[in-house]
Design a protein around this ligand. Structure first.
Ligand SMILES: O=P(O)(O)O[C@@H]1C[C@H](O)[C@@H](CO)O1
Length: 284
């Protein structure tokens, strides 16, 4: 892969993991900042810390535990990442998505991504949940696409169409799950813009991102979606709006990672209920 992990590396990591668990998941879930509590709901769990997995990066961000959890969630066999990797931690884009390539090698067909994000759409509120309808790969547009480098066709095509990145059927299913739970009033749908981070946005940057068409901004997810689609996975994504970005100098708010984690904790119950019902309703 040039800049990426080799196909053989991914097979080796997957073979190691298959020796550590008897679960054979078809669904992979990535937990965003402060959203790892879903892992507690997994039954018959086999937990593998990232530092025991060959070639796996280390989780360095508070709110990301650094563990793979295999087990049963709402009757479905899943693998759940309690902690993801971010480019701002110093990992090249391709490295942040090693676990997604490994999931595919393990047999995962559907990828369920979650994240914490800042709201850009003025109609959003802190605590809302946004279904990702589309994304803007800002690093990709400026030359840091996760698929940069030599392409191994065994993973996927050199040139990837991305117009259908997020699965419409799963989005509709999520909407009906939210309605069933009485969460429809806080459910949104929109475009997630990925920035490199780790700085939160200036007012001028937030205005720019909003003018670009972003409804929410974050520092992850897009590379994972692209790699998932590169390997033919079905992708669904959901953002918890943990703060509202300042679009005016009169309302300058200083977001901190602690605020992000605090909202994650506060909204954990609803998010877990919604994610669980989506998983229960999914056909794998
Ligand atoms: O992993 P996610 O995208 O949920 O994490 C967000 C983006 C930054 O890593 C961090 C900022 O608080 O939360």
């Amino acid at each position: 892969m040039g800049e990426g992990p080799s196909y053989d590396d991914i097979q080796r990591i997957s073979a190691f993991i298959l020796m550590r668990t008897e679960h054979r998941p078809k669904l992979g879930i990535v937990c965003g900042s402060g959203l790892g509590g879903l892992g507690e709901l997994v039954e018959d769990a086999n937990v593998i810390p990232y530092n025991e997995i060959p070639m796996f990066p280390a989780s360095t961000v508070p709110g990301h535990m650094g563990k793979l959890v295999f087990g049963i969630l709402k009757g479905k066999t899943v693998v759940l990442m309690r902690g993801r990797f971010h480019n701002y931690e110093g990992y090249p884009m391709w490295k942040t998505t090693i676990p997604i390539r490994v999931m595919k090698a393990l047999g995962v067909q559907t990828l369920f991504l979650t994240n914490a994000a800042g709201g850009l759409n003025p109609n959003f509120n802190v605590g809302d949940i946004m279904i990702i309808r589309d994304h803007i790969d800002l690093p990709g547009l400026t030359g840091e696409c996760v698929l940069r480098g030599a392409n191994d066709e065994r993973f996927g095509p050199r040139f990837l169409a991305t117009v259908d990145t997020y699965d419409r059927e799963l989005s509709e299913l999520a909407k009906s799950a939210a309605t069933e739970l009485g969460l429809h009033e806080i459910l949104r749908e929109g475009t997630y813009i990925m920035i490199g981070g780790p700085t939160f946005e200036t007012v001028a940057e937030s205005k720019l991102l909003r003018n670009f068409g972003g409804d929410a901004v974050g520092m992850s997810t897009v590379a994972e979606s692209i790699v998932g689609r590169h390997m033919g996975m079905r992708v669904f994504g959901m953002s918890l709006i943990t703060d509202m970005c300042s679009l005016s100098y009169d309302e300058k708010k200083c977001t901190t990672h602690q605020d992000v984690l605090a909202i994650g904790e506060k909204r954990a119950g609803d998010l877990q209920k919604l994610a669980s019902l989506i998983v229960e309703k999914m056909t794998l």
